[in-house]
Structures are given as C-alpha cells and as structure tokens.
Design a protein around this ligand. Structure first.
Ligand SMILES: C[S@@+](CC[C@H](N)C(=O)[O-])C[C@H]1O[C@@H](n2cnc3c(N)ncnc32)[C@H](O)[C@@H]1O
Length: 260
C-alpha cells in the first residue's frame, strides 16, 4: 500500500491488496444509485445489486480500519437505512447520523427539493477513537447572540446538522465537470475531528479528489481510489496545485447557533 497516492481502478479490488488495520479514517462518498451520469459507473443498479455491492466495499473499508479508526459515509435518503444496517452488522458503533443541509439544491417540479445528504459517522471501537473537539469548535449562540460571559471563548462542538452550500457550477472551488464535488469545508471538519497529523485517510471514491486535497493540506497521509481515468487525471492535477498548510477555500462560519 503506497501512501499519498491516487489509485486508478475498482476500489474493492484495490482495497483487497491493502493490509488489515492500516488506515485511521475512511471518508466515503459512493455513487448514491439515483441515476447520476458518471464518466464510468452505472448509477442505476438493481436494488439487490447495489446493497450487496455496498456490503462488499464497506467490508473492505472496515477490514482496513485500525482498531481506533472512524468511518464516515455520505449517502442519500434512498439507501441510508440499508447502509446503517450494514455498518451495524459489521460490528461498528454509531457516533452520529449527521445531516448535511445544503443550499442550492436542484429544483423539483413533482416533489420537494432535495436539500440534504446523510453523513453516517461510525467507529470501530466504542471507547477508543480520535475526536479532536477543540479543532472543530464553532462560535456559540451564547457568544454571538446573548453575549453571555459564561460562554466558552473557544466556541462549541458543532451540532449534527451541518449547513453548507453545495459546490455549484459557478463556484471558484469547482473542479472540471464532475457531477458531485463535495465542499472542502465539510471534509475539513471530518479530517480535523477524526484524525491527527500524519494519520492515514482513505477515500475509496475519489471523484474530484476533495478528500486527498484536504488531507494533504492538513498534513495527513492520503489514499484515494477512482475508477474513471478522466476523474483520476483531474485529481492528479488538483493535487499538484495543493500544498500542505495552505488555507482552505472555507471561511469559518457561524453554524445554527443554539443556546449552549
Ligand atoms: C459521489 S462521487 C465522489 C465525489 C467526491 N467526494 C468529491 O468530492 O469529488 C463518486 C465517485 O466514485 C467513483 N466510483 C464509482 N464506482 C467506483 C468504484 N467501484 N471504484 C472506485 N471509484 C468508483 C465515480 O467515478 C465517482 O467519481
């Protein structure tokens, strides 16, 4: 297994070649099986095929996780319940069922506009895992609204509903024409919370390489896998423009301040 590398190919086949318990953090944003047009992947598998494929790649991720490791899986409404069951069946512990509420959801005519994604946060051990609360604090309502002197000046740990815009076509952050680029700010929070410098972060569904880019900037080691050669080349290009310790696109924002 080579670190700080982007692998081109099928993630299940490639993960099978990696040793047990070699990764500290997995962030996975798989195809949601809702008919998105990817360069090289059928995003409309039969129900049974998608569930059994999900079980295979998640089993590999869990095998690769260290005893103290964490996994975050982004998924849509259609399969969130099935993915939770797979994670529980594999013996992982649920820490949070995070909702990423995004602005700029695509408008709908015959149902309500989709404006959230589930981020399922599980750990391999129920007691021993990395969670760097101080690295991810946000300003609290006590600080911002009530000007309460009792407020922790360092802010508070964010809620489990995260409000961040999608990366739209016109955003500076946008890379190429990939249909599902994640915001760097979202991955930043996950990597800061659940890994330490030099830890190994794996993303089996590279896409535009957001996880690899953020991991590199934050001084973590990364492994990213992508099945499409076109996207793979985009990731390599994006990584050449990324240096450790550079600021992210993100600006720290106040998040749903509630009394705390
Ligand atoms: C939802 S996108 C990931 C987007 C990514 N989080 C980002 O911020 O750019 C899923 C990606 O997984 C890739 N993919 C699909 N099946 C794969 C497989 N079996 N192995 C590796 N990559 C795969 C697709 O080509 C697509 O780029």
């Amino acid at each position: 297994m080579e670190l700080d590398k982007v692998y081109l190919g099928d993630c299940i086949e490639i993960m099978k070649t990696f040793p047990d318990e070699s990764v500290d953090l997995v962030f996975a944003d798989p195809p949601f099986n809702i008919g998105i047009k990817y360069d090289k992947w059928n995003d409309r598998l039969k129900y049974e095929d998608y569930v059994s494929w999900s079980e295979k790649w998640i089993t590999e991720c869990v095998r690769l996780l260290k005893r103290t490791g964490s996994i975050y899986i982004a998924i849509g409404d259609e399969f969130a319940a099935e993915i939770v069951l797979i994670l529980k069946k594999l013996g992982l512990y649920m820490r949070n069922w995070i909702i990423w509420y995004y602005t700029f959801g695509q408008h709908q005519k015959r149902k309500f506009t989709r404006a959230h994604t589930h981020i399922l946060y599980f750990t391999k051990n129920d007691r021993e895992f990395t969670f760097n609360a101080d690295a991810i604090r946000v300003p609290s309502a006590r600080q911002l609204i009530y000007k309460d002197r009792r407020a922790n000046p360092k802010g508070r740990v964010p809620d489990d509903v995260w409000t961040l815009p999608r990366v739209c076509g016109t955003f500076k952050e946008r890379v190429g024409n990939h249909p599902c680029q994640m915001p760097e700010e979202l991955i930043e929070r996950i990597i800061l919370a659940s890994s330490n410098p030099n830890d190994v972060v794996l993303d089996p569904f590279g896409g535009t390489g957001t996880t690899a880019v953020v991991a590199k900037r934050l001084g973590r080691r990364f492994i990213t896998i992508e099945i499409s050669e076109e996207y793979y080349r985009q990731i390599l290009n994006r990584l050449t423009r990324t240096q450790p310790n550079l600021p992210l696109f993100s600006v720290k924002r106040e998040e749903n301040p509630t009394p705390a």
